[in-house]
Design a protein around this ligand. Structure first.
Ligand SMILES: Cc1cc2nc3c(=O)[nH]c(=O)nc-3n(C[C@H](O)[C@H](O)[C@H](O)COP(=O)(O)OP(=O)(O)OC[C@H]3O[C@@H](n4cnc5c(N)ncnc54)[C@H](O)[C@@H]3O)c2cc1C
Length: 507
């Protein structure tokens, strides 16, 4: 028998978990949540310091980019979670909302409801802040946000002092009055363990609601479209294919998969669709376009004078944002990681013998594109983020390395620094530094923008996140972000989904 829901959500990741939880609070609504992966069953997911080692496991989609001309023709691995909790089961747990002005681009694309001030109540509603409620924070929400007060690695403590020594006032709290400056990272951690968005929003009492059905190991292929509505979607399990119908459908499959589902449904650039023999139902070249991401270079690596103790948290213990000229959004970021981190282009020193200052650009200008390679839902896409294709991104990246080196060589690091290993003190020429950055850059894991908010003719969804051209399809996930925020994006996605749930409940 065909299953039918009032609202069907595709993808149980960060956004999908919030939506399923909030929408099923209304017992008059029947809610379906479809997830391609299963429930998490790997105990390593809960251990914060294990996060880099989860990549490549069975619950990672294991995407990779096309060769990138401006990063030495390298293909970059793009891990994405394929399980309940989505990428929040793989992520590094840093909780950073961004600078208030980051959301001006969201307002320009989708209206006043996306301003920082309008989203602040949703940020607060989502979180249970370790410092308690105040003007910036909530303390009663589902998502624990820990601002570590103790147990910080001594290298991280020296790093924060070093940033102050070069004249950058510590932030105090990236999610408080000022993002600029260094501070221990706020973490989505509860009782020392990772708290995925699903852990937070889908506890057993929510899962047990009679109006919420969670279907796991079900791969969504495409929408069934009749005139200006989707009547349902085609989905596949290992053994069968079925049509699931719904009054409203919300795609929350993430920045890679949501545009792919739309393209397989015939919504996209007609030329790209024709290449895969997909009939065009809605001509919209913005689907898959505007792909962008943060990069971090790994890194400005230092050999330590003495053994670096293991991290009590998730290795990357402090982000330093800088360059906003006092009150504007930061231009560059430097992350203190208490282990050596390098790309496949370099040989890593021993853990315990080195530490890394990773560095990157907060507001990259480079924009790429995601396209299908086949109409088969199991096929990988072509992911081309066009990393560092804009010259400004390359020059800002050099600024970021300058900042990392200034902090790394400041007096409070003297006790820890034996020598700069990478790129090495002799490397000072801009062209040599560009070449180093091309080999050292890796994703910060924040792809966005492939179903961007924007008016008809420019975007994929409107300000209520409704798809242009269909009256009952919405997209709520990283893909609708028109322009990336200054830092990690999970906090903004959770707040976006909180607001979207209110909009969907009210309509
Ligand atoms: C290694 C790593 C480190 C990161 N570190 C941080 C960090 O420290 N801080 C931060 O803020 N952000 C971080 N991020 C980014 C953050 O986790 C993501 O941006 C966020 O989780 C994206 O949420 P989403 O809802 O858009 O998509 P996801 O959470 O990726 O959810 C999409 C869901 O849809 C499912 N799905 C996809 N296709 C289909 C289909 N066809 N049918 C059915 N289901 C489907 C997927 O399996 C997945 O569960 C990191 C990400 C990674 C991978």
């Amino acid at each position: 028998m065909t299953q039918h829901f009032d609202i069907l959500i595709v993808g149980a990741g960060s956004a999908g978990s919030v939506l399923a939880s909030r929408l099923s609070e209304d017992s008059s609504l029947s809610i379906g949540l479809i997830e391609a992966g299963g429930w998490p069953d790997d105990p390593d997911i809960a251990k914060p310091a294990m996060w880099p080692l989860l990549q490549g496991r069975s619950y990672d989609w294991c995407h990779e980019t096309a060769p990138q001309p401006h990063t030495a023709d390298r293909k970059h691995p793009w891990p994405r979670g394929r399980l309940v909790g989505g990428s929040s089961c793989l992520h590094a747990m840093a909780h950073v909302r961004g600078h208030p002005n980051d959301f001006d681009a969201w307002v320009a694309a989708g209206g006043d409801g996306w301003s920082f001030d309008a989203l602040l109540p949703y940020f607060k509603r989502s979180e249970r802040f370790s410092g308690g409620a105040d003007d910036y924070h909530g303390a009663d929400g589902p998502l624990d946000v820990l601002l570590p007060a103790i147990g910080l690695n001594p290298v991280t403590q020296a790093y924060i002092a070093a940033s102050e020594a070069i004249g950058i006032e510590p932030s105090g709290d990236h999610n408080g009055a000022r993002i600029e400056g260094a501070v221990p990272n706020s973490l989505t951690v509860r009782d020392g363990e990772r708290l995925s968005v699903a852990d937070a929003y889908l506890p057993s009492d929510v899962i047990g609601r009679t109006n919420l059905t969670i279907l796991t190991n079900v791969l969504v292929d495409r929408l069934h479209i009749e005139r200006n509505r989707a009547t349902g979607l085609m989905a596949h399990t290992e053994r069968a294919s079925e049509v699931i119908t719904a009054d409203r459908i919300v795609l929350s499959a993430g920045a890679v998969a949501s545009p792919m589902i739309l393209m397989r449904s015939g919504i996209g650039d007609p030329v790209d669709l024709a290449r895969q023999d997909i009939a065009c139902a809605i001509d919209n070249p913005a689907v898959g376009d505007n792909l962008h991401d943060h990069l971090l270079a790994a890194g400005n690596v230092y050999r330590a004078r003495r053994a670096v103790p293991p991290s009590n948290y998730q290795l990357s213990e402090s982000l330093l944002y800088h360059g906003g000229g006092g009150s504007g959004p930061p231009r560059v970021v430097v992350a203190c990681v208490v282990v050596p981190v390098v790309t496949e282009e370099f040989t890593a020193p021993e853990v315990g013998g080195a530490y890394t200052l990773m560095f990157g650009v907060c507001h990259p200008r480079s924009r790429g594109r995601l396209t299908l390679t086949s109409a088969d839902p199991r096929a990988k896409p072509v992911i081309d983020p066009a990393y560092l294709s804009e010259p400004e991104d390359r020059s800002t990246f050099r600024e970021a390395l300058d900042l990392a080196r200034s902090v790394g060589h400041a007096a409070p690091m003297d006790d820890w620094r034996a020598e700069e290993l990478l790129p090495g003190p002799s490397m000072q020429e801009p062209s040599a530094i560009d070449q180093f950055i091309a080999r050292a850059a890796m994703t910060h894991h924040h792809p966005v923008g492939t179903c961007r908010m924007g008016p008809v003719g420019d975007g994929v969804v409107d300000g209520s996140l409704k798809l242009h051209g269909l009256d009952n399809v919405f997209v709520v996930d990283a893909s609708v972000i028109p322009t990336i925020t200054s830092g990690p994006i999970n906090a903004a996605i959770v707040a976006m989904a909180e607001r979207a749930a209110d909009v969907l409940k009210a309509s």
